[in-house]
Every structure is written in structure tokens, then in C-alpha cells.
Design a protein around this ligand. Structure first.
Ligand SMILES: [Zn+2]
Length: 324
């Protein structure tokens, strides 16, 4: 531990987001200011050593410049974390990390205390600290990206659940009859209808019904479908109606269980907010307990891609303070 070199409020946390596609790292201070930031492709391989080396070389590089002030590392992973044993127990996009002692290996290599956290949980903390949920105590964040992640904060504290997998809203069932298999092994998960991946799949499936659509002539990406929707393309509008409807069903279920002050919607799919929000709200209004639904705010995230890095840093500062 190096915090004896200065008060915690001048300290920096090395925060990392080990995504399925990108590895992003940052140095964050206790006001939430990002001092350094880097993004690279996540190294892939059978062994977790590539990920460990990428994290350690970024931390060691900054440590040479600013090591005096780096007091902890906080690593986010796209999977469930067993906090008691400090290992990743489930990570469909990074299987090499499963049951690997990432915390212990990094602590030894960096000489710093290391936290491990689920990426969607960290994003929820980031939005409560500096984003759309500032000042709230009961918060759910839902990240609509390649998949659908969720983080739940109750009375100001992250709720991880008894086995580290609380908030997995993406794998709640919204349509058992659709016949679609999810990578979690279940069928009919919300992630199959309300992710960027789902936008592309649903657009491809609907193409024959919309021969006039410009999307017939383009390689499909979620961004292209948003752009087409903004230009009034009927295929894109239909896809976002389906997207919003299923998302609303998932959120109504969440509201009935958690009764949060706010649900923050994050991730790349938020770009399509104007195209799906009213269908989402319609389902929430119809399906959630009426008096509650009317009071729950549903808002787009404000921290963008940095929510997780900021939340991870906040969790590390809180952890350091709890030890003082
Ligand atoms: Zn699933």
C-alpha cells in the first residue's frame, strides 16, 4: 500500500475494463477526474497471462510517471465475480479468466490492493456517483451493448447477491416461445431482443417484409439501423418498436421486484432512445404496479463509456477508506 505518500484525496486508482472486445484502462482521482486513459483490443488466448500482462504493463507504465499517487487497482470483468474468493466464476466472453486468481496475481505483480468487480455493477456505481443517478440511493442500471448487463444499488450499496450474480437482467426470460437460444443456455432471454446484437438479428430476419428498405443494400450494424430509423426507414422503426417492447417488459419486471428511484439505461443502444423509448414506457406503464411505475424515472446514462471505469475507481476509494 502506498497511500502513506499523500492524503487519499490526491491519490489515483488504476481502473481497468477488461471487455470481450476492448481492454480500457484509466487513472482516476477521487473527484472522478480521469488523468490518463488508454484503449486496446483485449488480448485473446487460452491462457489468462495475456490479459494479466496487458493490465500490468499499462499500470507499470503509468507507475513510472505517477506511481507515487497510485493507491489501488480496480478491475472490471464481463462476468460474475465471487468476492469472497476473489475469482471470476462466469465470463462467457473471456473464458480463460474463469477460476483464475486474477486478484492475487495482480496484487503480487503491482504491489497494490486489487478489487475485482462485474462491469455492469461498476457502471451502476459510476452513474450514481457522477451520472444520471446522482443523489439517488436505489438505482438499477441496464447496459444495452453486445449483451445486456445490469447493476442494482440498494440504499446506496451495490447489491451483488449471495453468489455474485445479482442484476443479471439480460438473462431474465421475456419470451419463452420465441425459440431463440441464448449463450447462457436459456431461451427467450431479454438479451436476445434488447441488445445491439439483437438489433442486427431482428433487422436481418425482417428484411424480406421490407423490400424497399435501404438496409437491404448495406452490411448490417446496429449503428446503421439507428441511422436508418432516424431517416424514417420502416424496417428500422419496426425493429426498434420490438426492441422497446421487450425492454419495457424486462424493466416492468425489475420495477415490480426492486422498486428503484431510477433506472439508468446505458450502452451503445441508447443512441436509438428516440426510436424505442415510447414503446418501452408503454410496456412499463401497462405491466408494472401502476402507482410505482408512475414514480420510477427511466433515464439515459450520462457517463457514456466511462461509467464503469469511474464506478470501479469509486469502489476502490471506498474500499481504501473502509480500511483506514
Ligand atoms: Zn441468457
Amino acid at each position: 500500500m502506498r497511500q502513506e505518500s499523500g492524503p487519499v484525496d490526491q491519490s489515483l486508482v488504476f481502473a481497468a475494463d477488461v471487455g470481450g472486445t476492448y481492454l480500457r484502462v484509466a487513472l482516476v482521482d477521487e473527484s472522478g477526474k480521469i488523468h490518463q486513459q488508454l484503449k486496446q483490443r483485449t488480448p485473446k488466448g487460452e491462457s489468462p497471462d495475456c490479459v494479466v500482462n496487458a493490465l500490468a504493463s499499462a499500470a507499470e507504465h503509468w507507475s513510472r510517471e505517477d506511481g507515487r499517487r497510485i493507491v489501488a487497482a480496480s478491475i472490471m470483468v464481463p462476468g460474475a465475480v465471487d468476492n469472497e474468493n476473489a475469482v471470476v466464476v462466469q465470463a462467457p466472453n473471456l473464458p480463460s479468466l474463469i477460476n483464475f486468481p486474477l486478484k492475487a496475481v495482480l496484487e503480487k505483480r503491482l504491489g497494490l490492493p486489487v478489487l475485482l468487480e462485474n462491469d455492469a455493477n461498476a457502471a451502476a456505481v459510476g452513474e450514481m456517483w457522477l451520472g444520471a443517478a446522482r443523489g439517488c440511493r436505489d438505482v438499477v442500471s441496464v447496459t444495452l451493448g453486445t449483451g445486456v448487463g445490469g447493476g442494482v444499488i440498494l440504499d446506496g450499496e451495490l447489491w451483488r447477491g449471495a453468489h455474485g450474480s445479482a442484476g443479471e437482467i439480460g438473462h431474465t426470460t421475456v419470451d419463452p416461445f420465441a425459440g431463440l437460444k441464448c449463450k447462457c443456455g436459456n431461451t427467450g432471454c431479454l438479451e436476445l431482443f434488447a441488445s445491439a446484437t439483437a438489433i442486427v438479428r431482428m433487422t436481418r430476419e425482417e428484411l424480406p417484409r421490407f423490400p424497399q428498405s435501404n438496409l437491404n443494400r448495406e452490411e448490417l450494424t446496429a449503428e446503421r439501423v439507428y441511422d436508418a430509423g432516424r431517416d424514417g426507414d420502416e424496417l428500422a422503426l419496426s425493429v426498434f418498436k420490438t426492441f422497446g417492447t421487450y425492454l419495457g417488459i424486462g424493466l416492468a419486471n425489475l420495477i415490480n421486484i426492486v422498486d428503484p428511484e431510477i433506472i439508468v439505461i446505458a450502452g451503445g443502444a441508447v443512441n436509438g432512445w428516440d426510436l424505442f423509448a415510447r414503446y418501452m414506457q408503454q410496456e412499463v406503464d401497462e405491466r408494472a404496479v401502476r402507482s410505482t411505475a408512475a414514480q420510477v424515472r427511466i433515464a439515459a446514462a450520462e457517463c457514456g463509456d466511462n461509467a464503469g471505469l469511474l464506478g470501479a475507481a469509486r469502489l476502490a476509494f471506498d474500499d481504501l477508506r473502509s480500511r483506514i
